[in-house]
Ligand binder design. Structure first.
Ligand SMILES: *Cc1c(COP(=O)(O)O)cnc(C)c1O
Length: 389
């Protein structure tokens, strides 16, 4: 008795999950009671600021928030997002047509190819990358074409290398700066090239700006939409997750081209029923006080970055200081692959790091370490690494 549960071809064709062994080894070490320093997870260790949880609590007591959220989100939130965007980037957005709240930016990223991809169409995706870019294209029935992000090109894709046959079938292009996992940033001259490229080949640009507010040494990274013509070719995804330590809340937004946003709205209206209204109200409160929160956030990760990267450079493991994100992207040491280095660190030092090839084949030769533990633990991690390298 019983059915044979057979997975769909799409599910079967997703890129393999490469962290299985590291995950298993980490769980085992924890079970044995070992003291593990986990630099593996891209999830802030600090709590959501109190004024935001208080706003949620207050809003949740109002029965009006208990109903289905309208498909385009609260207009007050969209207005607040547009105000923040104007102040932060100097870009004017129409809150009714050019801003759409999301159930976390991952949700919008996962759904957007459904609006544009037909069987056989191609999605251009950086490699290494945040995994949902690839899976969203596969779920929509498209083919993934990877654009390697190489150190000698500052981890930017080399767009002129993409062959005409690929370009003819390409419908969407995912980009992400500041970048996870490489921590690379790009400047406005790269965005200008992207706009020209997208316009010439009729490709929709989906820029993921989840780390736009985590940058160091006084740097303010640009929005894609600051570029002339960007709104004609694309959208930008933003998230409350990293900026406000709200990963579990599920709140983000997409903004930019109104036709692209209308298409995503139509997809979503068939799948979800919006973000809990009380969370949207708390999001408004977060945005209104963002200057204070963001200043503290930058200071926190900048200090951690200095302690950790200076420490590692001092013990002979050379790597650049990231200008943004809470990741350190480091070349593997001599005889190791990214996986064997991660295994060695876990077994010998009790330090969890992420092998770069888990983000795509071009990530081989690197490991990612997240600055999501406090300074004392980062110093301890440096000490432990020193003993084994
Ligand atoms: C963390 C992260 C996100 C945020 O996703 P949410 O769904 O908003 O929590 C988006 N993109 C990248 C590259 C990330 O690392």
């Amino acid at each position: 008795m019983g059915i044979k549960v057979e997975l769909s071809n799409k599910l079967k064709s997703l890129p393999p999950y490469l962290f299985v062994e590291i995950d298993r080894a980490k769980k085992e070490a924890l079970r044995e009671g070992k003291d593990i320093i986990d630099l593996g997870v891209g999830d802030p260790d600090r709590p959501t600021p109190r004024f935001i949880t208080k706003a949620l609590h207050k809003a949740s007591l109002d029965p009006k928030t208990h109903k289905y959220a309208l498909d385009r989100g609260l207009s007050e939130l969209r207005v607040e997002i547009a105000r923040w965007y104007k102040t932060r980037f100097g870009v004017k957005l129409d809150p009714d047509k050019e801003v759409l709240p999301l159930i976390g930016s991952k949700e919008g990223i996962a759904h957007i190819p459904l609006a544009f991809i037909n069987g056989g169409d191609i999605g251009l995706v950086p490699d290494p990358c945040y995994p949902p870019y690839k899976s969203s294209i596969i779920f929509a029935g498209g083919q993934v074409h990877i654009m390697p992000l190489l150190e000698n090109n500052h981890f930017l894709p080399d767009l002129p290398l993409i062959k005409p046959g690929i370009l003819a079938k390409a419908k969407v292009l995912f980009l992400n700066y500041p970048n996870n996992p490489t921590a690379a940033v790009c400047d406005s001259s790269f965005f200008k090239k992207v706009v020209r490229f997208a316009d010439e080949h009729n490709i929709i640009v989906c820029h993921d700006a989840a780390y736009s507010e985590i940058s160091f040494d006084g740097l303010n990274v640009p929005s894609f939409l600051e570029t002339d013509g960007a709104k004609e070719v694309g959208v930008e995804f933003h998230s409350f997750s990293k900026t406000f330590n709200m990963t579990g809340w599920r709140l983000g937004f997409v903004c930019g081209n109104q036709d692209i946003i209308a298409a995503l709205t139509k997809v979503k209206s068939n799948i979800d029923s919006g973000v809990f209204n009380a969370i949207q109200i708390a999001g408004i409160e977060a945005m209104r006080n963002s200057d204070r929160v963001i200043a503290d956030l930058k200071a926190l990760y900048e200090k951690r970055r200095n302690v950790f990267v200076d420490g590692l450079n001092k013990i002979g493991w050379k790597m650049p200081k990231p200008k943004a994100t809470f990741y350190v992207w480091a070349p593997v040491l001599g005889r190791y692959t990214s996986v064997s280095l991660a295994k060695e660190f876990l077994e010998k030092a009790g330090v969890v790091i992420t092998p770069g090839n888990g983000f795509g084949e071009s990530g081989e030769g690197f490991v990612r370490m997240a600055l999501t533990v406090d300074e004392t633990r980062l110093k301890e991690a440096v000490e432990r690494i020193k003993r084994i390298i």
